[in-house]
Every structure is written in structure tokens, then in C-alpha cells.
Design a protein. Structure first.
Length: 240
């Protein structure tokens, strides 16, 4: 089930729009689905916050009603939701919009903790730029599609070069090819190069980018205390 469907499923569950069979199915799935558990927690959190703010705030009530009309009109102009959402009240509509658009509690964790460090390869005094230098320039300019193409070629020529493999894997994450990235980065973690725990951290981020917090935590916990990524990994674990 996709994240979108899970959010709608949570909304229906909380708003009492399920029959007994659907409730039983939802609660069975909830026991083993970490993403569904987080969505339910977030929905209740937003719901409680809005209840407190709505108590004596007519302006906010009017705003919610306006959003409800904007997002859930017969021909919505901004976001197209499934017919199942017709039952949503103005407040419930905002809860769902919040989870979809703003992902209020965890949406920016990947961006906050992503590795934007530079790829440094050029030796001082080098007379000409190598293919590796050119790939690094693309990577450092955040042209990750271009860097991916260049690094893929270099990786095919030097698959044992941990630095090339690491930055190729990073370029894959940056361009949302996260499964392929993990195939490149996992052997680095299993090796003994200086990129071993950088790879573990990046694999964790690749899972976080998919909102898979369970596997992200597993990889963050592989980073030992004596490494440079340890404090950052622990900080991120504390926010998940």
C-alpha cells in the first residue's frame, strides 16, 4: 500500500468512517506497519493541536472552511483526492492536507541530515582535468544527473575504487534511484575502506528518503562511536 493510501486509511479510521471488518483489517495491519503507526500518531497530534486552537479562534475556523472549499471542491484546482474523501469535514480535510503536503513532523529530516559535502579529488599542481575531476565538478555543482552518468562510467572501469563507488551511490540517492544506490553502497560498508561508515550513513538516508524509518534506524545503529558520523547518526536517531 502506498503512503497516500495509508494516510487516507488513517483518516477514515480516526474519523469513524469504517465498518467493523475494515476496522479489524486496519488494526491488524497497524500492529506490524511502522509507517501506518507513524501516520496515525501524526494524525492524532495534528487533530489535538487543531482542537485546542479552534476552541476560541473564529479566524482559524474560517480559514479551515476556506481550505476545505479550495482543496475539496467538485473540481479541485490544487490537489486531487479520491472520492472516498467526500465525507471529510473541514478540520479532517486540513489534517489530511497537512500529512500529504507539509508532512509536519518528519518531512524535512532527509533534507536536514543529507550529505552535501564536496567530492574532492584534484591533486594540487595537476596540469589537466581527468574524467574523475570532471565528474567531481558536476557533483559539486549539484548536477547529480550529470555526475551520475560520469561516475557510472568510471565505476564500470574501476568497481573496486571505494571513492568512485561511494559518490556514484550518492549521486543515485540524489536522483532517487535509491535501490540501485544501496546495491553500490552495501559492498563498501562490507569492506574496510575509509568510506565504510559513510556508506552506512548514506544507506540510512536512502531509506529515510523513502520514509522507511525502521531500516533507516537499523543502518544508523551500525555506525560505531569512534567514527565521524556517530554524533550525527545519534542525533538523527533521536528525531525519528
Amino acid at each position: 500500500m502506498m503512503t497516500e493510501d495509508k494516510i487516507l486509511w488513517v483518516a477514515r479510521y480516526v474519523e469513524g468512517d469504517m465498518d467493523e471488518a475494515e476496522i479489524a483489517e486496519f488494526e491488524t495491519q497497524l500492529k506490524s506497519d511502522a509507517e501506518l503507526q507513524q501516520n496515525l500518531k501524526d494524525y492524532h497530534h495534528i487533530h489535538q493541536s487543531l482542537k485546542m486552537k479552534l476552541a476560541n479562534n473564529d479566524e482559524l475556523k474560517n480559514t479551515l472552511q476556506g481550505f476545505n472549499k479550495q482543496y475539496f471542491a467538485a473540481e479541485p484546482k490544487v490537489v486531487s483526492f479520491k472520492p472516498v474523501l467526500k465525507w471529510l469535514s473541514g478540520v479532517a480535510a486540513i489534517l489530511v492536507i497537512g500529512l500529504f503536503i507539509w508532512a509536519p513532523w518528519n518531512a524535512n529530516l532527509y533534507e536536514t541530515y543529507s550529505d552535501d559535502s564536496q567530492m574532492l579529488v584534484t591533486e594540487r599542481g595537476a596540469a589537466t582535468l581527468t574524467d574523475l575531476d570532471k565528474a567531481a565538478a558536476l557533483y559539486n555543482e549539484k548536477d547529480y544527473d550529470g555526475a551520475k552518468t560520469s561516475l557510472k562510467k568510471l565505476y564500470s572501469q574501476q568497481p573496486a575504487n571505494a571513492m568512485i563507488a561511494y559518490y556514484y551511490g550518492m549521486s543515485l540517492i540524489k536522483t532517487n534511484a535509491v535501490e540501485n544506490a544501496r546495491k553500490i553502497l552495501t559492498p563498501i560498508f562490507n569492506g574496510e575502506s575509509v568510506f565504510k561508515y559513510e556508506a552506512a550513513y548514506s544507506i540510512a538516508l536512502s531509506y529515510l528518503k523513502e520514509d522507511n524509518k525502521v531500516d533507516a534506524k537499523t543502518w544508523l545503529q551500525k555506525i560505531p562511536a569512534e567514527t565521524t558520523r556517530y554524533e550525527q547518526a545519534q542525533e538523527l536517531l533521536g528525531k525519528m
